[in-house]
Design a protein around this ligand. Structure first.
Ligand SMILES: Cc1cc2nc3c(=O)[nH]c(=O)nc-3n(C[C@H](O)[C@H](O)[C@H](O)COP(=O)(O)OP(=O)(O)OC[C@H]3O[C@@H](n4cnc5c(N)ncnc54)[C@H](O)[C@@H]3O)c2cc1C
Length: 386
């Protein structure tokens, strides 16, 4: 049971209303932090509920410190996944190389938790203390002197002191305030599909298996009750598709993987006919500045590091923690707080983005036979590079 912050809040000064767009890791963690500082938080989420699914989230370093400060670290640790074996496979299912992945045995340092479990824990921590509006989105936003007037998609208008955009890679807040299009999108040359299904029996529990051909990668994560089905592939340039058209995205995966062997036919069969999956281009968001006036971005909305970095969830929680600390330090000066937040976090974000950009794609989907052979040699020699 997470202690409600309501009693503590009664002692805090009212710091005004804040609207947060997006109820995933960045949004829920930011809601928690700002609520504790005395802001009246409204959290809007475009989907009708929390958006579930996805690969587990790594918890390590500063993320652990922030979860400790939030009083959530024991709940998160209690759901830590067991250690996993990680194996690269050939088409005949022989193992090219394998290694252990840290799990609960290394739980002081680094562990993993299912994406849905972490969402539930963060949601429980704020649900009683903030106003939550599902199925809602912003359509307009206008800064006026000492506040921002926000228009919601049901026509309702709200005056708030601050707006925090936590609405992910395709952020609506970013589009409304900084401009649309893909001006801040750094496309990394590929796409990633992920669907969590009930245990398929395709691999043992607590195991990850990866099969690669030039430009393509099929991945299975096995747990005791579920299997992650993952596909990644390279493209020269972005594919024209409608990201709301799920049938079209299924078709894209079929076209890319329909001819492959290994366990791929069974993987495709296990995700067929289901529209609830994650599919997106592999990209980063690189912005010259993460705030404008009284609007600030947190997580993928401002600085998506890409699935290749494997740190998106942690980065969102770190961002939320840093923003709350900055607003605590500069309670009456949002501009200084936003600057402090960005100055402190930007070097870390850029380091992670740089590493993912230089190594990520060639590790996940080697471009051609030569690069694949080189990677396979490294794997066989014990340098997994993953
Ligand atoms: C369903 C899902 C599955 C994912 N699976 C993976 C995965 O397997 N591997 C991986 O590396 N990353 C995955 N991600 C991305 C990963 O969650 C993020 O990189 C990371 O968690 C950063 O968190 P975030 O809160 O900044 O953004 P996100 O987790 O992307 O959350 C953004 C939230 O904003 C909401 N939103 C979007 N538009 C609006 C709007 N107009 N108004 C209000 N709310 C809006 C979204 O519905 C979502 O809840 C997934 C994301 C989602 C949503």
């Amino acid at each position: 049971m997470v202690p409600s912050t309501r009693n503590t809040l009664e002692l805090l000064p009212d710091r005004g209303a804040v609207l947060i767009s997006g109820a995933s890791f960045a949004g829920l963690a930011t809601a928690y932090g700002l609520n504790r500082l005395g802001y009246r938080v409204t959290l809007i989420e475009a989907a009708q509920g929390l958006r579930r699914g996805g690969t587990p989230v790594d918890i390590e370093g500063e993320t652990i410190d922030i979860l400790k400060r939030m009083g959530l670290v024991d709940r998160v640790r209690a759901r830590a996944l067991p250690s996993r074996r990680f194996a690269f496979k050939n088409a005949d299912d022989s193992t090219l190389g394998s290694m252990g992945v840290s799990g609960d045995q290394a739980s002081e340092v680094r562990y993993e938790i299912h994406r849905d479990d972490l969402l539930d824990i963060l949601f429980d921590a704020v649900a009683d203390d903030v106003e939550l509006l599902f199925g809602r989105s912003m359509t307009g936003l206008e800064e006026r002197g000492d506040g921002v007037e926000v228009t919601l998609d049901n026509g309702e208008r709200r005056d708030v002191a601050l707006v925090v955009g936590c609405d992910g890679n395709r952020s609506n807040t970013r589009r409304l305030v900084f401009g649309g299009g893909d001006q801040f999108t750094y496309f990394m040359g590929g796409y990633f599909f992920l669907k969590v299904v009930p245990d398929t029996g395709l691999l043992p529990a607590d195991t990850t298996e990866v099969f690669r051909t030039p430009g393509r990668m099929a991945m299975l994560n096995g747990y005791d009750d579920r299997t992650d089905i993952g596909f990644g592939f390279r493209t020269e340039s972005e594919i024209a598709y409608d990201y709301r058209d799920r049938a079209q995205q299924h078709q894209l995966i079929e076209e890319q993987f329909g001819e492959l062997g290994w366990k791929v036919p069974a993987m495709l069969a296990s995700v067929a006919g289901d529209d609830d999956f994650y599919f997106d281009r592999i990209n980063q968001i690189r912005m010259p500045c993460w705030s404008r006036g009284r609007v600030v971005l947190v997580g993928d909305a401002g600085y998506c590091v890409s699935p290749l970095a494997g740190l998106g969830g942690s980065m969102a929680i770190i961002g939320a923690g840093r923003l709350a600390s900055a607003l605590e330090r500069y309670p009456d000066n949002h501009a200084s707080a936003f600057r402090h937040y960005e100055d402190g976090l930007r070097p870390f974000v850029e380091e992670i983005q740089e590493r993912a950009a230089s190594e990520g794609m060639s590790t996940m989907c080697p471009a051609d036979e030569a690069e694949l052979a080189e990677r396979d040699r490294e794997i066989a020699a014990g340098d997994m590079g993953w």
